[in-house]
Design a protein around this ligand. Sequence first.
Ligand SMILES: [Zn+2]
Ligand SMILES: [Zn+2]
Length: 333
Amino acid sequence: MKAVVTTGPGVLEAVDVPCRSEEGTVSVRLERAGICGTDLNILDGAMPIRYPLTLGHEMVGTVTRTPPGAQISPGARVLVNPSINCDACYLCESDRAHLCSRGGLLGRDADGVFAETIGVPERFLHPVPEGIGLAEAGLLQVLGTVVHSQQNVPVSSETLAVVIGLGVSGLLHLQLLNERGAGRVIGITRSRRKLDLARNLGAHAVATPDEAMAVVTEISEGRGADLVVEAVGTEATVLQAIELCGYSGCVVIYGTVTGGMGKLPFYRLYLKELTLRFPRAARAADYDTAIGLATQGRMELAPLITAHFPLGQAAAAFAAARSGDHLKVLLTR
Ligand SMILES: [Zn+2]
Ligand SMILES: [Zn+2]
């Protein structure tokens, strides 16, 4: 079967590999898989991995084969939770399987989902109702992580929120904040096209990074934002998020910063009594919430998908994802 494999930093191939169907796993045939910044970072060698590795962690598919005793049936459409977990450690036993001490991520710590068929334990699977379009279903994994990162982040009609970075995840954060009743959400990006899209998707105001401080200061009457979601993943945007946040506000650092040697403005953080959150992946319940939001049509997902490529054209798909011209690029069988 075809799979998208990296054999070294920067090297990507669509190759034929043996089928993966370990005993006791459910076989899932790929319908849609999303390429995201994490895949690009892994391909570039920014995260340590073993080679060769099949990439990918965002997938919806169709169950083709089940082991004896499975609850799920062939033909079911499913979202794959890509967080590998042991189902036995103290984290797994306390509803934190996404942080499992023996776990990791498909497509980073084990072969991933950019393959015609994968084999996964049934507990990784979430049924996806037919009411969600196939392409839109390709965004459910990201939406699950967005839901997770806003979990326990209070939002009200008084909340002034800012989202820095209006790629797929930033635009999902924006919509989810509105859906949860945030008073006003301001979107920040350099891209003119994304600013327009953010307006159409419900942003109260939009601004470029250079304008951001002036716009937030004016709208908040000098108080700063109550909540800032950083959805880029650079040290510069993390620092900007801290600057835009007002007293006793909350900064959600959703983007993955892989460097780690930068400095934080510790005294500013203290003076403003900020809360910093570093969400990672999602819990099973967050994926079910995401599926519910999509099923009820409460999120606009279709405008966030801008290209489809078959697995065999993975190199072109990765180039498109990297180009900055696209939102979500999906792979098909
Ligand atoms: Zn992703
Ligand atoms: Zn565990």
